[in-house]
Design a protein around this ligand. Sequence first.
Ligand code: DND
Ligand code: ATP
Ligand code: GLN
Length: 590
Amino acid sequence: MAATSTLRIALAQTDPTVGDLDGNARQVLDWTAKAAEAGARLVAFGEMQLTGYPVEDLVFRESFVAASRARVDALAVELAEAGLGETVVVTGYVDADGPARMDADSDPDRGPRDALAVIHRGRVVTRYFKHHLPNYGVFDEDRYFVSGDVLQVVRIDGIDVAFTICEDIWQAGGPFAVARGAGVGLVVNINASPYERNKDDRRAALVKRRAAEADATVAFVNIVGGQDELVFDGDSLIVDAAGTVLTRGPQFAEHLLVHDLTLPVAGAKPAAETDAGPPEMTVAHTVVTTETLPAPAETADGGIAEPLSDLAEVWHALVTGLRDYVRKNGFRTVVFGLSGGIDSALVAALSADAIGPENVYAVSMPSRYSSEHSRDDAADLAKRTGINYLSEPIASIMDAYLGQITLDGLALENVQPRIRGLILMGLSNQHGHLVLAPGNKTEYATGYSTLYGDTVGGYAPIKDVMKLMIFALANWRNEEAARRGETMPIPVNTIVKPPSAELREDQQDTDSLPPYEILDPIVEGYVDGDLGRAGLIAAGHDAALVDRVIKLIDRAEYKRRQTAPGPKISVKNFGRDRRLPITNRWVEKA
Ligand SMILES: Nc1ncnc2c1ncn2[C@@H]1O[C@H](COP(=O)(O)OP(=O)(O)OC[C@H]2O[C@@H]([n+]3cccc(C(=O)O)c3)[C@H](O)[C@@H]2O)[C@@H](O)[C@H]1O
Ligand SMILES: Nc1ncnc2c1ncn2[C@@H]1O[C@H](COP(=O)(O)OP(=O)(O)OP(=O)(O)O)[C@@H](O)[C@H]1O
Ligand SMILES: NC(=O)CC[C@H](N)C(=O)O
């Protein structure tokens, strides 16, 4: 039995803001104070805590990189001045040991680094540069960073701790294999790992696999909050070498997870094979001399947070994305058209949850095709949620417009959403509201929306939510309210009536689109699954329908490119995840 010692660790699940270096450093000071108060010897923050994540092309600006480097050094001094010098602080930031890579002649071994600093007694005692750089999905890290190849092992309270960053945990045979060779007791992995449905289960399995690979306890800390189209869900956790989850933090909430770890002291583990990691990777050792403190009177146990259900998780992701987009971009209020239909109803309920009903402005803009029940349902929703409700009928504006410009058919139908867009933009300019675009993923996919009409808006809260899931979320939110003994926010009639754009007499979505039960799986197969025509047909979809739907999706690329960002919840969102040419003659052949 190896000799062991106890290390009290704190994982700080914070919500940093891209570019707000001082505000983010303030978070480190504040949360380190809490960690020290709780008796933690080591506190770990997320990937790029100091700069926010992702910083994208800010990395190309020397001024930004220099500010990040200076901020981490200043933070070390500030921590010591605040009496927090004894706590070992681990934080992510952007470093550089050479200029950004601008062309093929750039030095492949030097440049900007996705970095981690270990801070103690007023200085950065060591720095680790991320080894595995993700370059798929929403990530472009090969564009920005140079990979590091030195695993940093720091001896803290007699325990050897290795440090890694996010993607390092996603690949076998990397820094975790090297950590095994180094015989460490603990690997800390700091993350900016964006939310996507079911990813929490994948991550937990991954942390277990890496703990086995390193033969060490692994502490995984993730940030929370929204950044443009990404949402970070926290869900920090610690797993021991045998794969047992020791503690797990909540999803979508700032939190300090404090836990006592019993770990082998340095040199106590039998020597392991050292050739399992990347051949270029070496190990550097640092010893941190810590003050001897009396053992704490009580054990710290972070507990295991109750996991959220799939729909609860999606709801929280949408609320978090919307709330942080509004807040971090300096808005207080939002405005959108409330039709009585399910999409804008869901946006209303999400907005009320995200920023409070008093900050939400919903505008009913009936035309002569708007049914009485739509207006009633919109007014009912406003009453149920307590949001601000305005009515601006558009018939007279339509008449004035059509008195001058002669249009018919689709051109005429599109005038209604465009007048509504004009009204919303006017209210936004006048009152400083952020305009929300209430389109869902099925609509974005098929182009079932009017450009510069119902697509207007600065943020699209349900852009990555398929229509069938819109219904499921509406039901979930109502059931949640009922469970809590609160008023259900969404009128039942809004959920049960057939969806309609109400742009002409008796119009229904199914006049132009297949029923959503059939349409959504085809869209998901083509967009999320990247299946081609043959793959969709092999999956059991009708060939003629597949041809029709993929034609709609291909044709709408130009429209999607002109739309606002919205929070990613799926494996492939319309945004950074899916990049297709607009000018494109590739067609899936029969
Ligand atoms: N490749 C390309 N690059 C750039 N622009 C391109 C383009 N191809 C067409 N365009 C332009 O796009 C415009 C046509 O698009 P757009 O004006 O939007 O019109 P369009 O897509 O033709 O019609 C809107 C459709 O959305 C439906 N809708 C509207 C409103 C609400 C809802 C709902 O239920 O949510 C549904 C409506 O029933 C209709 O089927 C034209 O100006 C055309 O020149
Ligand atoms: N009468 C209306 N008053 C206010 N806004 C409207 C009205 N009709 C449509 N809109 C706005 O245009 C968006 C597109 O709505 P439309 O009814 O055409 O289709 P939808 O996709 O079924 O949306 P919803 O389910 O919200 O009705 C709505 O979400 C809403 O923001
Ligand atoms: N920031 C990162 O390295 C994130 C990459 C990782 N694969 C994730 O999705 O969590």
